[in-house]
Design a protein around this ligand. Structure first.
Ligand code: FPP
Ligand code: MG
Length: 329
């Protein structure tokens, strides 16, 4: 089994320096905001985005010293904080009480304060980026904020109307998740002065990895145990048609499709409907079909590494692809 700790090894020191950079610079004014920010920072999770920045910086640096300057740490901070702010807001939108097994900011301080916390995290990251005058990095990374918002609005709109197509699903995943992972990988290359083609290749790598990452997340929502921090079937309860259900809907008759979508509309407050749809998706092979699509993106990501020499960074990026496909949480 591939472990994230092993994947991190080639950039362990850089990640430790990055954490120190965050601790030193990412602080808030006032007691309450400081407490809220500390809570958000300590709920950051696996740190896949900052890891991607550092591995890509290491792999793309023409001279090793280039990967040790402040630019990769700044890029990592920007992508991580955009991600963190988006999750704080997402929990407000989803009315989620927990995030990674801990109370969400909205559960602890109510939604209005959680919205402000998300705004503050975003604003603080922008300020740090602009104050550093690394405008190319700030421009490169911050372009993803609009994509995140577009993806979220599209998802919400389609969940409300109970319509979803394969194209719309892929568009949402690209905007909601893949875009920021693509920018994490490409920002690492940009931070160390890699040529334009390499920055573009890293973006394709990260985007394909991001597509696979979100698809695995959508699969895990059907299989995850409650004690891992999040109840299974969350997406069904929120009325979301994600890949496993989408692929089942694509295969059944029009009549059955209408029936299943009718059940989905009841899922918000009817556990029997949730159970029924869960059983249907599993029984119709939706999870295997979704895993097949997910593996297609993993293969696409790995393909982007082919032109790079065999280094510990490249190995870790390839292992990250395998990890995404295998992970169970
Ligand atoms: C998690 O999705 C949500 C996202 C990846 C993006 C959310 C984006 C916004 C709320 C737009 C606002 C953006 C900023 C920068 C403030 P999910 O609900 O499918 O996953 P989950 O199970 O982790 O909640
Ligand atoms: Mg959510």
């Amino acid at each position: 089994m591939i472990l994230l700790d092993d994947i991190r090894r080639p950039v362990e020191d850089r990640l430790a320096a990055y954490e120190e950079f965050v601790g030193r610079h990412f602080t808030a004014e006032g007691e309450l905001l400081s407490e809220m920010l500390r809570h958000a920072l300590s709920s950051r999770g696996k740190g896949v985005r900052s890891l991607l920045v550092m591995l890509s910086a290491g792999m793309n640096a023409a001279v090793p010293a280039a990967a040790e300057g402040r630019r990769p740490a700044l890029a990592a901070l920007l992508v991580e904080m955009i991600h963190l702010a988006s999750l704080v807001h997402d929990d407000v939108i989803d009315e989620a009480d927990t995030r990674r097994g801990r109370p969400s900011a909205n559960a602890l301080w109510q939604s209005h304060k959680a919205v402000l916390l998300g705004d503050y995290i975003l604003a603080r990251a922008m300020n740090l980026g602009l104050a550093s005058a690394q405008f190319d990095l700030v421009t490169h990374v911050c372009g993803t904020i609009t994509a995140l918002c577009e993806g979220e609005v599209l998802q919400d709109d389609l969940a409300g109307r109970h319509t979803m197509t394969r194209e719309a699903y892929l568009d949402i995943v690209r905007k909601k998740t893949a875009c920021l992972l693509g920018v994490s990988a490409s920002a690492g290359a940009l931070a160390v002065g890699a040529p334009r083609e390499r920055v573009a290749a890293m973006r394709c790598f990260g985007e394909a990895l991001g597509m696979a990452f979100q698809m695995q997340d959508d699969i895990l929502d059907y299989t995850r145990e409650a004690q891992t921090g999040k109840p299974a079937n969350n997406d069904l309860r929120e009325g979301k048609v994600t890949l496993p259900l989408l692929l089942v809907l694509d295969r059944v008759s029009e009549e059955r499709r209408t029936e299943l979508l009718g059940r989905l509309a009841q899922c918000r407050d009817d556990e029997a409907a949730v159970e029924y749809l869960h059983r249907t998706v599993v029984g119709e092979g939706g999870l295997e079909l979704a895993a097949e699509v997910m593996r297609h993106y993993v293969t696409r990501a790995v393909g982007q590494l082919a032109d790079y020499p065999d280094t510990p960074y490249r190995k870790s990026l390839a292992d990250l692809c395998a990890y995404v496909a295998e992970r169970d949480r």
